[in-house]
Design a protein around this ligand. Sequence first.
Ligand code: GLN
Length: 509
Amino acid sequence: MTSLIKQRTNRNISNYIRKSGLSGYLDTTMKLNILTITQAAEGLRKKEFTSVELTESCLRQIKKRNKDINAFITVCDVSALDEARKADEMIAKGEGKPLTGIPFAVKDAICTANIRSTGSAKILDNYTPPFDATVVKKIRDEGGVLIGKTNCDAFGHGASNENSMYGPVKNPHDLTKVAGGSSGGSAAAVADNMCIFSIGEDTGGSIRQPASLCGIVGLRPTYGRNSRYGIMPMASSLDTVGPMTKTVEDMAIVMECIAGSDPLDATTIMDAVPDYVNEVKGQRSKVKGLRIGVPKEYFTVDGMDPEVKAITNEKIKRLKDLGCEIVDVSLPHTKYAIAVYYIVVPCEDSSNLARMDGIRYGVRNTEGRTLYDMYAKSRAQGFPEEVKRRILIGTYALSAGYYDAYYKKAQQVRTLIRQDFDDVFQKVDVLITPTSPFPAFGIGEKANDPLALYLGDIMVSPAALAGIPAISVPAGKTKAGLPVGVQIMGPRMAEGLVMSVGSRLSFVF
Ligand code: GLN
């Protein structure tokens, strides 16, 4: 009986796979975990398989691969199967919604009720929040199955996932390479089919860059589009939360669920949530005639990998072939973006992370004799070097006499960067650039050179400073087989547009 069910299930999956063009997978043993949200939801709705089977398939993959990849800090195997059973009941009663029964993972810097949330820092090693972040709650309310918490750079600080106190995440395409960061675990978990989609956080590239390095889709939404309630704050004037998915269509589905205003986050935007799924599908024919800006500053970056440049140029040509108008543009203040970002972020960090004192949350060191010793020792042992570095820089830059010269000046230059985008979006509809100047690099290769890592953020930090949406979609791979992503940036609230353009470029691994 079991083997009959297996055969039937496998046949159905192979149909989905054929239809979706994922036929590269056909030579491997058929596994439900390789499905996209769209495919899995269809299978669940048609009762081809259950959410329990789908969830078990993801859990098997985690069991097999997580020891090598280190994408998960916590795996919720017991509660996930309970949630999957409930989802199956919802579906049986005809109450299924787009994400009902779909297993997803959440970055560990995002709070999940009664599930340990460490932010990948030892100071929160024992922290179990009593509440869900709003985005997580929205997915769970739809019947999404929370399968686990993913590794990241501690509190989002990094671009290689090597600043996690739970070890680096390895790139599923090459285990000697980084997965990118800071949402490296969320990216690797999706890329390696350990879950169907995941949630990441992007302050200055942490969704888009690991998405690019792992060959998946990642969207940084407009600042305020998605609620940040329950996200461990890094730099409050830049933090955003967004989905990481296998396809752009899946991205639209998750965005429809999680976007929108939230009384618990005063920075959220009140505008109604558009029908992103229809926008992405309907737009397919409408890419024609769009004006696509190519900002020259993004193509003359020092140390840019020639294969990345070539793949991005191929995509520009593809858009031209689809009837888009390609326009050369300039964003003249791009050269200041890294300097501005690495002042604004540490300043806001140093303030936000002050709450991690070993008293209200997390692990307390009581070896010292004084109150000061307790703070100092708890923080010294609880934060990795990079977090300490940012706290030191930020505290210095905010101190009396320096505030005007650093934080205030950086915010003024940030306005110029934002104005560059405002000006350019008068002339073009969206911008296309690489997401990262280079593909995944070796683990340890840049670990002792924080500046080299900071410079890698050049393509992703400007959109963050301007608060505009930007998507990274897989665009191809290098000769060595490493994924390369391209980034589409658009004006505020143009998530539907950047997804639509992205959907025309997406490459399937
Ligand atoms: N690389 C960026 C940094 O280290 C990414 C931060 C983020 O988006 N969380 O600040």
